[in-house]
Design a protein around this ligand. Structure first.
Ligand SMILES: Nc1ncnc2c1ncn2[C@@H]1O[C@H](COP(=O)(O)OP(=O)(O)O)[C@@H](O)[C@H]1O
Ligand SMILES: [Mg+2]
Length: 271
């Protein structure tokens, strides 16, 4: 809609977790370094938590694109599953056959898959997104999978990604054994206000905009209204640009942001 008007090749503020738009805020850089560290050092479990919309899935997708060919990665997104289904989803994540197999057969097939990769000199990393939805039983079965080994070498590394409830879940007394195996445990909070300004400019630049589009005051108000949560920043910025385009504004000033916030408070469903 407004892309051509603002000199953009594509929409800069989509809410898809597109790694091409990834902005490395301070905590995102740290989280990424921790994930890389965990994988390099063969950590059994790594845990990354954060509120909804803070960039967890985007970061994981970036990781996926940047791991070497010696590492086999599978991602499970669909975690509203009971334990039995989980194994099927894991097989699917690694493009392995799973249909019509009993739970025992699935476990066996997965174990054989791990051993085969190991013998090829490849490592296997399983990423479970939205892991806060897993039951304690499902976590326990993940722990069992991570126990599979050959000559003391663990064959599977697991990265759990989820909302803050994941931490509460892992701290339950019955999961002590599990928690002790977690080597990397990191939290991604919302962006700091000064980072929000950079974040907005970064996304605009990736989308093809050369010159500044948002005034400093406009970006500051967006930082405040969004609480620094990237997903909320995107929704707000998109709306602000629609308003800007509709009124023929060549740059986005404070007035437009205020207008959007006022309308949202009065009529919006998201207010
Ligand atoms: N660091 C970041 N850089 C660029 N975009 C981000 C960043 N963090 C979040 N986003 C954007 O915010 C939205 C929500 O991000 P997502 O990764 O789905 O969050 P989460 O998985 O934590 O709920 C997506 O549009 C995503 O591209
Ligand atoms: Mg996510």
């Amino acid at each position: 809609m407004y892309e051509a008007f603002y000199g953009l090749k594509e929409k800069p503020f989509s809410i898809q977790p597109d790694p091409d738009f990834l902005f490395f805020g301070f905590r995102h850089s740290m989280a990424y370094a921790m994930l890389e560290y965990g994988i390099q050092n063969k950590a059994g479990f790594s845990v990354i938590c954060g509120e909804i919309g803070c960039g967890k899935t985007t970061l994981v997708r970036h990781l996926l694109n940047n791991l070497g060919s010696d590492i086999n990665v599978g991602i499970v997104y669909n975690t509203h599953q009971d334990i039995d289904d989980l194994l099927s989803w894991i097989m699917l994540a690694f493009e392995q056959p799973y249909e019509g197999l009993s739970n025992v057969a699935l476990f066996d097939a997965f174990q054989r898959f791990l051993i085969e990769r190991y013998s090829q000199g490849k490592r296997v990393v399983l990423i479970v997104d939205e892991a806060q939805n897993l039951s304690a039983g499902a976590l326990e079965s993940l722990r069992m999978l991570s126990n599979i080994n050959v000559d003391k070498d663990q064959l599977l590394q697991i990265v759990l990604v989820g909302q803050p409830q994941l931490r509460d879940l892992l701290r339950r007394p019955e999961l002590t054994q599990f928690y002790q195996r977690v080597a990397v445990d990191f939290f991604i909070p919302p962006l700091q206000p000064f980072e929000v300004v950079k974040y907005i400019n970064h996304r605009l630049q990736i989308a093809g905009r050369e010159d500044k589009l948002f005034s400093p005051a406009a970006a500051k108000l967006i930082a405040q209204a969004s609480g620094g949560v990237p997903r909320s920043i995107n929704i707000l910025c998109d709306m602000v640009m629609v308003y800007g385009f509709s009124s023929g504004a060549s740059v986005i000033g404070l007035k437009i942001v205020k207008e959007v916030l006022k309308d949202r408070a009065e009529y919006g469903v998201l207010a």
